[in-house]
Design a protein around this ligand. Structure first.
Ligand SMILES: Cc1cc2nc3c(=O)[nH]c(=O)nc-3n(C[C@H](O)[C@H](O)[C@H](O)COP(=O)(O)OP(=O)(O)OC[C@H]3O[C@@H](n4cnc5c(N)ncnc54)[C@H](O)[C@@H]3O)c2cc1C
Length: 290
């Protein structure tokens, strides 16, 4: 897929809304007393603030692994990962040392959640189908794709029947799934898992996410993923003028557990905040988010 097929500039999305101003910048702080957002040299005042800064991948205290095992979050990550994968096949085609060639054709994905399972499946299809006929000195179908999950099954947050089905699909695609042992080392040569070294030139990280630091900017209570714990109406406790939504918020669902970090939740919460702001302007109370 071309990046342009799945993303468009925010400016053009809101082109027809003259009351929306787009500012490119990275927010680094919020002064809740003065009601000001700080983004580089810009200080932007607000009456109502909506924090929707999402999440990023997390390395569970091993940030030094990031250069060796990039994660997939932004389009830039995706294009960089694609380049890394294609270059591994190219280098393998030129490698004369069999061990080096083997490592170049070994792809490790750390984390068997939705992102890891999808990545492993996409990689397998790339190797077994898209690239299969493009090389002469190697057979891309020989690529070894290993999905490492420390839990007992892939897609651990889904019902066991779906995990089993995903495992069968991965096996059919020729993906090796390693369960029950976490990765304990990660470097330019590969990974260590279950006390064994696995030589791999390409390691991809899909093992976890952490919320953006928005909670720290405003000194809010956060859960263990760093998400801002919000009230049922999506406001931050003691700050009715600040909303937190999407992946950076922990909003309770009907069962009291936090809603999952998926797009429908984020989009519905965005609409809910808009309705709440309009209701407040009209002097009405808004219902909680459902
Ligand atoms: C690989 C992958 C696959 C996924 N697949 C699915 C799927 O199939 N279905 C599904 O429902 N969900 C999927 N998700 C999850 C979904 O993308 C998120 O739940 C959703 O994007 C959350 O929306 P959000 O607005 O909270 O955060 P985001 O979409 O992450 O948006 C946050 C925005 O804030 C910006 N930002 C962050 N920090 C700052 C800052 N300091 N200053 C200024 N801007 C900042 C970011 O650049 C980003 O543009 C997937 C996620 C990933 C990573």
């Amino acid at each position: 897929m071309s990046p342009a097929d799945i993303a468009s500039p925010i400016r053009s999305i809101v082109r027809r809304s003259p009351n929306i101003r787009v500012v490119l910048g990275a927010v680094s702080a919020v002064d809740t007393a003065a009601r000001i957002v700080v983004a580089g040299e810009h200080r932007i005042p607000y009456d109502t603030l909506v924090l929707a800064t999402g999440a990023r991948h997390a390395y569970f205290g091993h940030d030094e692994w990031e250069p060796f095992a990039p994660g997939l979050k932004k389009i830039d990550d995706a294009t960089a990962i694609r380049r890394r994968i294609l270059l591994a096949f190219e280098e393998a085609a030129l490698a004369s040392d069999p061990a080096r060639r083997r490592a170049l054709l070994t792809f490790v994905i750390v984390g068997g959640g939705p992102t890891g399972v999808e990545l492993a499946g996409a990689l397998a299809e790339l190797a077994r189908k898209a690239l299969a006929a493009d090389f002469r000195t190697i057979d891309p179908r020989d690529a070894r794709i290993v999905l490492i999950e420390s839990g007992a099954r892939v897609l651990g947050t889904f019902p066991p029947s779906l995990s089993a089905r995903a495992a069968r699909s991965l096996a059919r695609l020729g993906v090796e799934v390693s369960l029950g042992a976490p990765v304990t080392a990660c470097d330019a040569e590969g990974v260590a898992v279950g006390g064994q070294r696995l030589a791999a030139a390409t390691v991809l990280w899909a093992a976890g996410v952490a919320a953006s630091p928005a909670g720290r900017w405003i000194g809010a209570t956060r859960d263990k993923l760093g998400r801002i714990v919000v009230e049922p109406d999506l406001t931050v406790p003691e700050h009715p003028e600040i909303f937190a939504i999407g992946d950076t918020a922990a909003a309770p669902g009907v069962d009291g557990r936090p809603l999952p970090g998926i797009a429908p939740v984020a989009k519905q919460q965005g609409r809910h905040v808009a309705r709440t702001v309009l209701a407040r302007l009209a002097g009405r109370n808004a219902p909680p988010f459902r």
